[in-house]
Design a protein around this ligand. Structure first.
Ligand SMILES: [Zn+2]
Length: 110
């Protein structure tokens, strides 16, 4: 299973935003939601029409990103800039780093 982290760039592979790329702004893990999902900048934007109110006197349209499920996105490798699968390798420091199965480079700088 690929682990996607905040700050990663991902490609949407299905749904209305298919083909869009964006940066992961927030990760919701399974403790918070049923399926792991992400808020991605500029992706899955919902528009809400707001009636004029005290706090928002003109009313109008509010745009807000909604979370998208992990299964709908693929991590884009920052080195070869291609959507790819990742593996994990253990580094000399004892920490795990993700690596891209396409170009073989480490994605995490450890
Ligand atoms: Zn790569």
């Amino acid at each position: 299973m690929t682990r996607i982290k905040r700050g990663d760039t991902v490609l949407v592979i299905t749904g209305k935003d298919k083909g869009k790329k964006g940066k992961v702004a927030k990760v919701f893990n399974r403790k918070e939601v049923k399926k792991t999902s992400f808020l991605i900048e500029g992706v899955n934007i919902a528009k809400r029409h707001i009636k004029p109110s005290k706090g928002f006197p003109q009313g109008g349209i509010l745009e807000k990103e909604l979370p998208i499920y992990q299964s709908k996105v693929m991590l884009v490798c920052p080195i070869c800039n291609q959507p790819s699968r990742q593996g994990r390798r253990i580094m000399a420091t004892g920490k795990y780093a993700r690596f891209c199965k396409k170009c073989g480079e480490n994605i995490d700088k450890i």
